[in-house]
Design a protein around this ligand. Structure first.
Ligand SMILES: [Zn+2]
Ligand SMILES: [Zn+2]
Length: 252
């Protein structure tokens, strides 16, 4: 599996990165399969640096905050109106309500995306199969319905926290992961609200419990000091880690 960090700015796009988006690629039966995790503000533009969006086989959305899903509305335009012809129907796995959310973004009278996107609620199908990828969604702890994702392909595991406060589900979904993309939006020195986000130390503690092989710290908002987040990570985790940036590639 190959992971490309398309966008990793937490909560809103920053000056150096779009909001959350990660591209997973895997060679299988003679071609490259592509799965996108989240499609936050501005990420569809950046995604075109790494692949033709027509070649995306599936999209998995962690939750319906705009920094994780709003560019589905732009993807829909591309998929329906590209001058070379419409895209094949793309499966989109997302929390219930995603279809209505995309329609509402089209304004009053906005049409449902049914002719371009096959939206499947995680609540209905918590396990998704896209070619060689198997994705399992775990309910995590965030003010809206949110899922962390465990992706398996080719005998490797990439785990993704989405947005969450500390929860046992996170340890479960990250168990023995080769790569653990874990959010760290908060710093330990602040008085943080509960049930919302993690600090770098939370991400580190969870990585210890889950015995992950490589922690990828992500979703640091532009208003947060990334140096402090990294210091928090190191206070709880002595294993391999990176604070990710757009364009970073990790191959398994
Ligand atoms: Zn977020
Ligand atoms: Zn969120």
């Amino acid at each position: 599996m190959k992971l490309t960090v398309v966008g990793c700015s937490g909560s809103y796009p920053g000056p150096d990165s779009s909001a959350s988006c990660y591209l997973l690629e895997h060679e299988h039966e003679g071609r490259t399969w592509r799965l996108v995790l989240d499609l936050g503000n501005g990420s569809l533009g950046q995604l075109q640096r790494y692949c033709d969006p027509r070649d995306i086989d599936g999209i998995a959305i962690s939750h319906l905050h705009p920094d994780h899903c709003i560019d589905l509305t732009s993807f829909l335009v591309l998929a329906k109106y590209h001058p070379d012809g419409p895209y094949a129907l793309v499966p989109v796995f997302a929390p219930a309500g995603a279809s209505e959310y995309i329609s509402a973004a089209g304004g009053p009278g906005g049409e449902p995306p049914v002719d371009a996107l096959q939206v499947v609620p995680w609540e209905q199908e918590p396990v998704a199969e896209v070619g060689p990828f198997r994705v399992v969604a775990y309910r995590v702890d965030h003010p809206v319905v949110a899922f962390g994702l465990r992706v398996e392909a080719g005998g490797h595991v990439v785990a993704y926290s989405g947005d969450t406060g500390p929860t046992p589900a996170l340890t479960e979904l990250a168990q023995d992961a080769d790569l653990f993309l874990c959010e760290a939006s908060f710093v330990e020195s602040s008085d943080n609200p509960p049930n919302l986000h993690l600090t770098g130390a939370d991400a580190g503690r969870c990585s210890v419990e889950a015995r992950v092989k490589h922690l990828l710290v992500t979703h640091i908002p532009a208003w947060t000091d990334a140096v402090e987040v990294e210091a928090d990570v190191k206070s709880a985790w002595s294993g391999r880690y990176d604070v990710v940036r757009p364009g970073d590639v990790f191959e398994l």
